[in-house]
Design a protein. Structure first.
Length: 296
């Protein structure tokens, strides 16, 4: 039986900064350094990456900022993900696929270390469930890279509750990164958030603003949700974005929403949600608007 001793808990910041759009922000190195400093000033100390973000370029852009201002590293936590093999100019795979083999995970971790100009990653997630994953072999890879001091903690992203349990039984995981928003509520019913509460492992939440759909889409769901949220936001004196984050934070699994904004104001709106406490009726009013029907 593998050793299932829980790792020392890594305390992620309540709001996490997501870097998947970093290549689109068109920031030079000094501007990237300043953006990181602004995030830290707001209390955001966890930065979420993936090897594939920005066509495999985002980590290197962030790493250039850390190389220019190396003192910043001691004030932050670096999170990255691997396991997706995405076709690109430098990666001529025959097709997009998943790979959790020891050789691939090791190669991607070591590449992330080089690109981010760091000696250790605070948290590495398996980005998507690999149907060919050998849980025992992957756990051995986790243990080896941790023993070498290259990765402090491990987790997964977008896995089902049973997939999480399979791997967690072999090697203790810190968190699961899931999609949840006022427009995408599947995690409320698929058992993943229930599992997070059961295990006391706080989930990370990607796309908390529905990929921007909340503000721009005119489909029936987005319109209903905006209309329901506007009076609630006005009553609390906050923006729709802040209310959307607050709706997520209200969940008892104590999730960590991940922003995707390169704007200081976008970061500030996320952090402002930490001071908003929705009552059950307001929370369910948004749920009803999103679902298009009342509670069962």
């Amino acid at each position: 039986m593998p050793d299932r001793t829980a790792p020392g808990r890594l305390a992620l910041s309540p709001i996490v900064a997501g870097l998947w759009r970093l290549t689109e922000w068109n920031l030079d190195v000094p501007a990237r350094v300043r953006w990181i400093e602004q995030a830290l000033e707001l209390g955001i100390r966890t930065f979420d990456h993936a090897d594939i973000y920005g066509d495999y370029r985002a980590e290197a852009l962030f790493g250039e900022a850390l190389k220019a201002a190396p003192a910043l590293r001691q004030h932050m936590q670096l999170v990255t993900k691997c396991g997706i093999c995405l076709r690109s100019h430098d990666r001529p795979y025959r097709l997009n696929h998943y790979d959790t083999s020891a050789s691939h995970v090791r190669a991607q971790v070591e590449q992330s270390l080089r690109k981010l100009h760091t000696e250790r990653l605070d948290l590495v997630l398996i980005h998507r469930p690999d149907y060919l994953m050998d849980a025992g072999a992957l756990a051995q890879t986790f243990a080896a890279l941790s023993d070498e001091g290259k990765v402090a903690h491990w987790g997964v992203s977008n896995h089902s509750a049973s997939q999480f349990a399979l791997l967690h039984r072999q090697h203790p995981l810190l968190t699961q990164q899931l999609e949840l928003s006022v427009l995408q509520m599947g995690a409320l019913d698929d058992g993943t958030l229930d599992q997070a509460q059961q295990l006391g492992l706080r989930p990370m939440i990607w796309s908390p603003l529905g990929g921007g759909r909340l503000f721009r889409d005119d489909d029936a769901q987005a319109v209903r949700v905006r209309q329901a949220m506007q009076p609630i936001a006005a009553r609390h004196g906050v923006s729709l974005a802040t209310l959307a984050y607050a709706w997520i934070l209200r969940h008892p699994s104590r999730p960590h929403p991940i922003t995707g904004s390169g704007r200081r104001e976008g970061l500030r709106e996320a952090v402002a949600a930490l001071d908003v406490r929705l009552d059950a009726e307001d929370w369910y009013a948004i749920w009803v608007a999103s679902k298009g029907h009342g509670v069962p």
